[in-house]
Ligand binder design. Structure first.
Ligand code: BG6
Length: 511
């Protein structure tokens, strides 16, 4: 990877969780890998008054707690934090911005960064339409006449629905060029998501089969075993559809389903994923009722431990109808994918943490060896494991040794961990570095964000309007409501269950 260009990184929300857990450890890693520019400093901003020294101490603690560096050296960490500064500000108060500008100008002189700045918005989403406008008001978006580049990284959720997503884009595009805006979707930063493109477009063996003629259906699962943790307040207004499907999982579907781009240039790739989002078949209310299943986890005992239900979590209403699980069936109406169902499933408090894509190839036209449907179904699968234990697994049928012609499923299994000398860069490390080098390939473009909202909006509207649509309870530690199985209509074909239910409790219920 190239070394990034000299610049200052300004983090809004520097006292928050994201900065602590992801951003500072990722920037530190870039430094350790010699990918940070020679001239570089960080300004953290937050609402509590802290001196630079106080903030540096906090960042040292952060590194000790969250850096995955096995041999973290005190001297390296201290050297790293010595170029971190802090400015107190209320982001919603425009009179606080000149203070930031002054600090930025001083540090630009001190470090010789040539006016290049990345502003990272690690704040509540309500500020995404505020901070960039105030920065612009005070001229901090200006990149004219050798003033250096200015880039903005914006966390998800980008908008709350189609309308707010569009409004936010319009607001930002009034003051910034599209190529200054880096809408982060950390799933695109995952090594294995990028590897989907390499698997598809650098191997002659897969691409010819990658279409409706050979693929029966595609399954994308992102399961988490954690609950909403301390994010109940945010999650209550979001739910799994907005939190995971509108962004991460549709982006993964985009990479799975895209046409080969003419070049590996940022817009060439993003043009192709956009076409996928634009080809998603819009759902009618009847489709939503039939093809989208939502659920919410209830209390349960998992491996002997009592787990609270979603409604008992902090910040969650006692009669909440927010979904913590969603499974849906969708179609991509284009030449390549006509008629091939794509199944997406995600949820919290499922039995395990796994994100994977399963390409189910069609069975052979004639079952010569009299295989049962169940065996046949588990052959012919390509499993792309996005996390954990990143890798690729091909499942196919083989003759069971001995007399007769019995077929059993066997695996060809590649694990990234087998590449002994390679470590997988964390998503934030990769994406921050891409922004530092001006590469926006793995960031969501305005039109793509809006196209994804357009697909999700009818689901949100139908749920809002039709209160009769059920939300199913599922015990924590299980694979979500069993009704999700009914989405796959073909007899004998089911979701892939990488592990069994763990809950000792209860049955599925209707909320
Ligand atoms: C975030 C969601 O974007 O992604 C979280 O807001 C979710 O709710 C997380 O837990 C999952 O990310 P990962 O990388 O752990 O799969």
């Amino acid at each position: 990877m190239n070394r990034a260009e000299n610049h200052i990184l300004v983090i809004f929300g520097a006292l928050g969780d994201l900065t602590k857990r992801k951003l500072i450890p990722a920037v530190f890693k870039l430094k350790r890998h010699k990918l940070l520019p020679e001239k570089f400093a960080i300004i953290g901003t937050g609402r509590i008054k802290l001196s630079d020294e106080d903030f540096r101490k906090k960042m040292l603690d952060t590194l000790n707690e969250f850096s995955d560096d096995n041999d973290l050296k005190k001297s390296d960490a201290e050297e790293f934090v010595s170029s971190i500064y802090f400015t107190v500000m209320n982001f919603a108060d425009d009179s606080d911005y000149p203070g930031l500008k002054k600090k930025l100008t001083e540090l630009e002189k001190k470090y010789g960064t040539g006016g290049n700045v990345i502003f990272y918005l690690a704040t509540p989403p309500s500020l995404y339409g505020v901070i960039p406008l105030d920065l612009a008001k005070h001229g901090m978006n200006d990149q004219s006449n050798g003033k250096g580049w200015k880039r903005l990284i914006i966390e998800k959720p980008f908008g709350y629905d189609l309308q707010s997503g569009k409004e936010l884009n319009a607001k930002l595009l009034k003051h910034y060029e599209e190529d200054q805006l880096y809408r982060i979707d950390h799933y695109l930063g995952k090594e294995t998501v990028q590897n989907i493109m390499v698997t598809r477009f650098s191997n002659g063996i897969f691409e010819p089969l990658w279409n409706r003629n050979y693929i029966h259906h595609v399954e994308i699962t992102s399961a988490e075993n954690i609950g909403v943790e301390n994010r109940g307040g945010y999650y209550e207004d979001s739910g799994a559809l907005r939190d995971m499907v509108q962004n991460h999982l549709l982006q993964v579907a985009g990479v799975i389903a895209m046409e080969p781009p003419p070049s590996f240039e940022s817009n060439a790739i993003r043009n192709e994923t956009l076409k996928v989002f634009q080809s998603l078949r819009p759902m009618t209310s009847a489709d939503v009722e039939r093809n989208v299943i939502r659920g919410q986890y209830g209390p349960a005992t998992v491996r002997g431990e009592k787990i609270a239900g979603y409604r008992e979590e902090k910040g969650v209403k006692k009669d909440s109808r927010t979904e913590t699980f969603v499974a849906l069936k969708m179609y991509i109406d284009n030449w390549r994918w006509g008629g091939v169902p794509f199944y997406i499933r995600t949820g919290k408090r499922l039995p395990t943490r796994v994100t994977e894509v399963v390409i189910h190839f069609k069975p052979t036209p004639h079952q010569l060896f009299g295989r049962g449907r169940a065996v046949n179904d588990s052959c012919n699968q390509l499993v792309i494991r996005i996390q954990p234990d990143e890798g690729i697994l091909l499942k196919f049928g083989m003759k069971t040794p001995g007399s007769g012609y019995n077929v059993q499923t066997v695996n060809m299994d590649f694990h990234y961990s087998d590449l002994k000398n390679e470590t997988l860069p964390a998503a934030y490390e990769r994406l921050l570095h891409d922004c530092m080098t001006g590469d926006s390939t793995l960031f969501a473009r305005a039109d793509a964000v809006e196209a994804c909202w357009s697909f999700v909006q009818p689901i949100l509207d139908t749920w809002k309007e039709n209160k009769k649509i059920k939300i199913f309870g599922y015990p924590a530690g299980t694979w979500g409501p069993e009704h999700a199985d009914t989405l796959i209509e073909e007899p004998g074909v089911t979701w892939r269950y990488p592990c069994k239910n763990l809950s000792d409790d209860g049955l599925y219920c209707e909320l």
